[in-house]
Design a protein around this ligand. Sequence first.
Ligand SMILES: Nc1ncnc2c1ncn2[C@@H]1O[C@H](COP(=O)(O)OP(=O)(O)OP(=O)(O)O)[C@@H](O)[C@H]1O
Length: 304
Amino acid sequence: MEYIFTTNALEKTYKHFDALNHLNMHVPKGSIYGFVGKNGAGKTTLIRLLCGLQKPTKGSFSLYGVAHDDAKIHDVRKRIGAVVETPSIYLDMSARDNLKEQYRILGLPSDDGINKLLHLVGLDQTEKKKAKNFSLGMRQRLGIAIALAGNPDFLVLDEPVNGLDPEGIIEIRELILKLNKEYQITILISSHILDELSRLATHYGFIDHGMIVKEISAKDLEAACRKCVRIQVSDTAILSRILDDMRMDYKILSTKEADIYGKINVTELTLKLLEEGCIIDRINEHDESLENYYINLVGGGRHE
Ligand SMILES: Nc1ncnc2c1ncn2[C@@H]1O[C@H](COP(=O)(O)OP(=O)(O)OP(=O)(O)O)[C@@H](O)[C@H]1O
């Protein structure tokens, strides 16, 4: 897999406090990477290092394969757009004038792209309205438009839906999906709102106390969180044979335990197991929601 951003035992210490602690992270090209962690877990610190706003204390990271201490890092950083903490916009200016200013800062030769950008983020009807009169969602979208001005292929968004109302959340979600699908922009989004991320993310990195405790693709996470029946039997070899006959989707966990997915006819399974002399010790529904998965991960101290 090709990665846009990777870190290797990255550390950031503030005085005696380890905000990032031996952090290893991998953002695949083309992904929407949900960077999940509680308040204070270290998400913004990581993003500040990635954007060059602060330097690591120890360890390393690379962007597009360029090491953070290589002189070329300044060039590859031009391929990133970021909205870190609050969007940096001029409140006394309209959306268009904010973008004109950003074009000027970046030294872009013409303003031609501005109409397209305003349309993309849904701010093309705001005319002369100043940003200070925008809703929080509109400001956030303007922040994203500014981050997109340099035509980046990697967009970094720090808590983009924080404080937004449901409508604002949906607008940002649709924009993020569009940027990823239609414009092939890799997106790193930090958030502590798991439910929202689960509608977007193709990959997750769970951070706790400055460490990545788990990286997993959305597909694998969905499988891990699927509703299933957990069954304990005297012999899973017999169970496995019967489930194959019944064309069931299942996973053997040990010689005595298995998870069975999908709708299952328990009476039929019980009779077939008894016929083969396999005893059922226990059977119960098992449901690991994303929220539970996360709590188990950061609460249970599973470190990989
Ligand atoms: N400049 C600083 N000096 C001292 N400590 C800091 C500094 N910046 C961050 N920290 C501490 O580092 C830890 C990680 O902070 P960070 O802002 O990265 O967390 P976060 O995961 O982004 O949380 P939040 O969602 O609350 O922003 C926190 O305990 C914070 O107090």
